[in-house]
Design a protein around this ligand. Structure first.
Ligand SMILES: C=Cc1c(C(=O)O)[nH]c(=O)[nH]c1=O
Length: 308
């Protein structure tokens, strides 16, 4: 059984990554990822031009069927992560970047274009937890505008992190925009934005910022994640890879993401629950499923979801 996958020309031993934001903010966390077996590649916490504290605690809360977070984009800043990918990376790494405004996104990507970094970058268009800021990729016109300006000067590998969509027409609309640009990939989904959890015993919310509203992840978002992977795979140019994120807790979930068309699969909430050992378990479970079905490689079943 061969789990090898491809990250924009780099051969990976496994299709599994961490979800940006989980265990990827500090140098220690990034080094842990580099030393995690069965993690084929890794993504950094989304970097902003300046380092950010993020939202006040509590800002992450574990739930029986997933998680809710309003981290608020805490990160060590663009310069730190650029230095990491240039100097310290020990495993194929995607640099994730974010901005609080379209102008900041342009400034950051101009700096990146001028840098020595030639590796893959992911522009996060979907952070749901910046007070007062919308998730950019829910505004199709604004997204088109930003990508048009970015690709007027940016010539290196670039993908985007998308929020979940919940309407087939919205899948059509975002795909129409994305297909205009030479993107390496889309990463779908980001957390399901602005959920709310209630602690009934205390009669209060569980996270501080935004009155307790936060992004949802984990098992509860799997059906939405699979729908977004499938819908975007069906609509995007074949040259645009699909990284599937959302709701993975078992090898069967990894299999389902790939069956829907995912080239690679990232795991977030389950890492928070189980630790980095989750990758060995997911790889073993995936191999078991493939063996039982007679599949040798991921290409044997990728995108082969059957309809009735
Ligand atoms: C980059 C900010 C994000 C955050 C955050 O830092 O609050 N949480 C998410 O679930 N997704 C994000 O994209």
């Amino acid at each position: 059984i061969d789990l090898s996958a491809d990250l924009f020309g780099q051969s990976l031993q496994s299709p599994l990554l961490n979800a940006s934001g989980v265990h990827c903010q500090t140098k220690e966390e990034l080094n842990d990822l580099a030393n995690t077996s069965n993690l084929g590649a890794m993504v950094t916490k989304s970097a902003t031009l300046q380092a950010r504290e993020g939202n006040p605690n509590p800002r992450y809360h574990d739930l029986a069927n997933g998680s809710i977070n309003s981290m608020g984009l805490p990160n060590l800043g663009y310069d730190f992560y650029l230095d990491y990918v240039l100097e310290d990376q020990q495993k194929p790494t995607i640099l994730s970047v974010a901005a609080l405004s379209a102008a900041d996104a342009i400034t950051l990507l101009k700096k990146l274009q001028a840098s020595d970094y030639q590796g893959p970058t992911e522009l996060n268009l979907s952070c749901p937890n910046i007070v007062g800021e919308p998730q950019l990729a829910y505004d199709f016109e604004a997204t088109d505008q930003v990508l048009s300006e970015v690709f007027s000067f940016y010539t290196k590998p670039l993908g985007v992190k998308l929020p979940p969509y919940f309407d087939l027409v919205h899948f059509d609309q975002i795909a129409k925009v994305l297909n205009k640009y030479p993107l390496t990939h889309v990463n779908t989904i980001n957390s399901v934005g602005n959920g709310l959890w209630v602690d009934v015993e205390k009669e209060q919310v569980v996270t501080k910022a935004k009155g307790g509203f936060g992004g949802l992840g984990g098992a509860m978002v799997l059906p939405t994640a699979l729908a977004n992977v499938r819908a975007l795979r069906q609509r995007l140019n074949p040259s645009i890879k699909v990284l599937g994120t959302g709701g993975v807790t078992t090898g069967a979930d990894v299999f389902a993401h790939i069956l829907c068309g995912a080239d690679l699969v990232s795991v977030g909430t389950q890492v928070m629950k189980e630790g980095l050992g989750v990758y060995d378990r997911l790889a073993a479970e995936l191999k078991e499923i493939m063996a039982a079905k007679g599949y040798q490689t991921l290409d044997d079943f990728r995108g082969q979801l059957k309809e009735l």
